[in-house]
Write a protein that binds this ligand. Structure first.
Ligand SMILES: [Fe+2]
Length: 138
């Protein structure tokens, strides 16, 4: 069971590492009037993903696992179109939410409230990002 949880956490970590790259890429590529707001938003997502990755990494080590160092291999779409960026962001956040909800179901069976709470906090922040991106695309 522990190994399955470690594997799922590594899946989440891979997605966080991918999110860091994707949002940093969009921070650099966002142009025009929308740069004012969106470069800040994307940059905040870089920081948040970095924080999440640190929490997940620490949790993997705590459970005796070895952390992945490679990002999830899903393609990062290059674009200068902010709508496409936001669509990619929404998809990324939905994927992260799904992985964390699966992870929470598994971690629930362990008797570790601290671990559960820290992962639940990440899950909620992913859900907020999903809603935030959805609103921006509305
Ligand atoms: Fe995240």
């Amino acid at each position: 069971m522990i190994q399955n949880i470690i594997d799922k956490m590594n899946e989440a970590l891979g997605y966080e590492l991918r999110a860091i790259n994707m949002y940093a890429h969009y921070t650099a590529n966002i142009k025009g009037i929308h740069r004012i707001h969106l470069s800040e938003l994307f940059n905040a997502e870089v920081s948040e993903s970095l924080e999440h990755s640190n929490i997940v990494r620490t949790a993997i080590v705590k459970l005796g696992g070895v952390c992945v160092t490679e990002r999830n291999s899903d393609n990062i779409v290059h674009t200068e179109n902010y709508t496409v960026m936001l669509e990619q962001a929404l998809e990324t956040e939905m994927m992260a939410s799904k992985v964390y909800s699966e992870l929470l179901e598994m971690v629930e069976k362990l008797d570790d409230r601290e671990l559960y709470d820290s992962l639940e906090n990440i899950y909620f922040s992913e859900l907020r990002s999903v809603e935030g991106m959805r609103m921006l695309l509305d």
